[in-house]
Design a protein around this ligand. Sequence first.
Ligand code: PLP
Length: 278
Amino acid sequence: TSIYWHDNAFLPEEEVRISPHDRGYNFGDGIYEVFRVYGGELFEAEAHFERLRLSAEGLKLALPWENDGLHAAMKELVERNALAEGTVYLQISRGTAPRNHLFPADAAPVALAYTREVGRPVQAMDQGISVVTLEDIRWLHCNYKTLNLLANVLAKQEAADRGAADAVLHRSGIVTESSASNVMIVKNGTLITHPADNLILHGVTRAVALRLARAAEIPTEERTFTLDELYAADEAFVTGTTVEITPIVAVDGREVNDGKPGPITRRLQREFAAVIGL
Ligand code: PLP
């Protein structure tokens, strides 16, 4: 049986009891992180905890844990589940209280975490994915990783219904990110990605990819780019905790780089594999 961390205790999944009045459940009033575990270790843990803290501040949610305490709990969870390769999901809701939009005066945040054994998406990373583009209908605080994922869910489903692996979102023609990852393009040797502002999630993998590119002396630009630039890109890829660096080989049915992952994408994938020790 799988061990969960819920309300500050470790217990088997069957014994986890979620209140019907949990605000995460009623309002999506909470935040989350997804960590990757490679070789039993949490990858880029500090970056995830820092972002969790920013998300909490954004939602005016006072966390009763320090980063060190959360980190220790997540490490213990990985150990108790003997997880070598997979993910850790951690969510924190504002707490449990009779349903009322106003913040409850005395509710304590409720944390829930579990692990999942899952391999790297080797086929998608190798062959690339097709995407469709959709209008980004989300709110203006996409830098907070909140439980409100309806717009992302609808976008991902629409992409699947149209036979694509993911949806790349845009605001009036400016590409922001995908339904669950960041988007980067390469044009004339320069790596271009949306600035880390309020319109995108500040991806941990995005930061790693930029760091690797700079170390490899690949020019980088954190600036907005348009749908037309995406269509005309030499290469394109998405970055994310579970997708790592996955090439985009078609956008709205038009091939990118003749439908093949490009050389800079491949280079960054190799550098990324080296960082995670593979
Ligand atoms: N953008 C969105 C909307 C996401 O949900 C995610 C999560 O995976 C990302 C980007 C990528 O962030 P990270 O690299 O931290 O996983």
